[in-house]
Design a protein around this ligand. Structure first.
Ligand code: HEM
Ligand SMILES: *[C@@H]1O[C@H](CO)[C@@H](O)[C@H](O)[C@H]1NC(C)=O
Ligand SMILES: *[C@@H]1O[C@H](CO)[C@@H](O)[C@H](O)[C@H]1NC(C)=O
Length: 469
């Protein structure tokens, strides 16, 4: 009884001492260096509770109103500096990018694959990035228009007369497009097996990283092992067939064909981690944006009419009923392209990204200490009335003139910017063409909520009812 009380008291004192120590520590650091303004909240717990009790977006916006474009805070156990101006974003992502490295929790790196390019910097990152970029340039993806179109049509035809969950359906669509680009159209894959393993892996992504049997994390790691085995089998088969890329310009072909100056090839793990990494980077991002696109279009009837008219005029240039879209058709979809840009701006599904200062960095007289996280806040920039007047209005015409440099960063900027942006846009254009020319859809307009899964999507993933026109 007494022993218990003493132990409790002791633990209490130690905790209090620790809190005081952490408070002092920050005071001293603050006194010595010129940190950006901002409040660090309670030591250790920092402002994490505030972050989660508000929506993250209003949390950052309120901070920015109070402290300006660069401010410090303390979330998830890390002191960090948030930046919310185009100029600061350019500093961190482009001009001084070598002073800021990517940073992800180790548990997430293990789950996606530690060798995936986005965890890296320097020579390894540059090598892998070159392979990814070359595979996803306009020339690398123009041959995919027909295959993407078939997938879009199959999806849409399955919606006829149904009530469907838009986000779930878009996840399936972008997953299939991703698999197609990675493996090529002729690879015979067990899609169900791939799909199931990937779904299990994903379920554990935001779970507590406790790797004992029965936990979500452990199940995810197991699914990852299985996924790695499936991909490994494809790699071995292709190697046996002679490595070369004789099945069209798919990403695995590019990886298999790669040789460095000394003739060295990528390892099995490097290929597997980068393939899982690409699925991860491409699926929910594209699916979230497509879901918002379908919502925004329907929410402005006049705009939907204009987009439909633009798509009808593409169709009218075709002679047969079962026509095929071409890469050139995409260029004539000018209004639709602006609608996609405006969707990327308004929805900003990647609200921010993370970097870590590799040394003490000075920015505009402030010190960003080594080891601190730095978060460029894309959403705040996209929603600033200074760069986008009436920022909450959905108005694609604002993209009739190009946005000012570094004010529009839906795909990031600099050496870690998104290599998949062209593919994502192609998927959306093709999908919108067939959706607007052949179908009508509606949803419960009273449901205006937003959910995080993990990117922002409309409430419940936007259930819609679909009819053929
Ligand atoms: C509309 C859909 C998409 C959006 C909004 C998006 C957004 C982004 C953003 C903002 C970044 C930069 C992150 C940072 O700087 O920390 C990024 C990186 C990346 N994205 Fe995307 N992305 C999309 C689709 C795709 C697709 C389809 C692919 C498939 C190739 C892809 C592959 C990647 C990869 C591999 C990286 C990391 C690049 C590196 O670290 O060098 N993304 N994406
Ligand atoms: C993947 O599996 C889920 C759940 O079993 C299913 O609903 C979905 O249609 C599958 N997706 C693909 C791309 O096969
Ligand atoms: C699951 O947990 C057990 C016990 O910690 C561990 O030995 C095993 O490797 C884990 N499974 C995976 C796939 O990581």
């Amino acid at each position: 009884m007494w022993a218990m009380a003493i132990v409790t008291l002791g633990v209490g004192m130690a905790a209090l001492g620790y809190l005081l120590f952490r408070t002092m520590e920050y005071r001293i650091v603050e006194w010595r260096k010129k940190l950006p303004p901002g409040s660090m909240g309670w030591p250790y717990i920092g402002e994490t509770l505030q972050l989660y009790s508000h929506s993250p977006n209003s949390f950052f916006a309120a901070k920015q109103r109070r402290y300006g474009e660069v401010f410090k805070t303390h979330i998830l156990g890390c002191p960090c500096v948030m930046i919310a101006s185009p100029e600061a974003a350019r500093f961190v992502l482009v001009s001084q990018a070598h002073l800021f490295k990517p940073t992800f929790p180790a548990s997430k790196q293990r789950m996606i694959g530690p060798q995936a390019l986005f965890f890296h910097e320097g020579a390894y990152h540059a090598k892998l990035r070159k392979l990814v970029v070359s595979s996803f340039t306009p020339d690398g993806i123009r041959g995919m228009v027909s295959d993407i179109e078939d997938l879009a049509l199959a999806t849409l035809n399955s919606w006829e007369g149904q009530k469907v969950n838009t986000f779930m359906e878009m996840k399936k669509f972008s997953f299939k497009v991703g698999i197609l680009k990675i493996f090529g159209s002729r690879e015979k894959l067990d899609m169900d097996d791939l799909n199931e393993s990937y779904l299990t892996l994903e379920k554990g992504y935001n779970s507590m990283p406790i790797n004992v049997p029965g936990t979500k994390y452990n199940k995810s790691m197991k699914a990852r092992r299985h996924l790695s085995k499936i991909i490994g089998k494809v790699i071995s088969e292709r190697r046996e067939r002679g490595e070369g890329d004789n099945e069209g310009p798919n990403f695995l072909g590019t990886l298999l064909a790669h040789k460095d100056e000394k003739g060295g090839r990528l390892s099995h793990e490097q290929m597997v981690d980068n393939i899982i990494g690409l699925i991860f980077a491409s699926r929910d991002t594209t699916a979230s944006v497509l879901t918002w696109l379908i919502k925004f279009l329907k929410s402005s009837p006049a705009l939907l009419d204009s987009v439909t008219a633009e798509q009808e005029s593409v169709r009218q240039q075709k002679s047969s009923l079962d026509y095929k879209l071409t890469w050139e058709d995409m260029k004539s979809m000018r209004l639709t392209t602006r609608v996609i840009q405006e969707t990327l701006r308004v929805a900003t599904i990647l609200s921010f990204t993370f970097r870590e200062a590799v040394e003490d960095v000075e920015y505009k007289g402030y010190i960003i200490p080594k080891g601190w996280k730095v978060l460029p806040l894309f959403r705040n920039i996209h929603h600033s009335p200074e760069f986008f007047p009436e920022p909450h209005k959905f108005d694609p015409s604002r993209f009739e003139v190009p946005p000012k440099p570094n004010t529009f960063l839906p795909f990031g900027n600099g050496m870690h910017s998104c290599p998949g942006s062209e593919l994502a846009k192609l998927e959306m254009l093709v999908f919108i063409h067939h959706l607007t020319t052949k179908f009508r859809w509606d949803f419960d307009e009273s449901k205006t909520g937003v959910q995080y899964s993990p990117f922002q999507v409309p409430q419940e993933g936007l259930p819609i009812r679909v009819e053929r026109k």
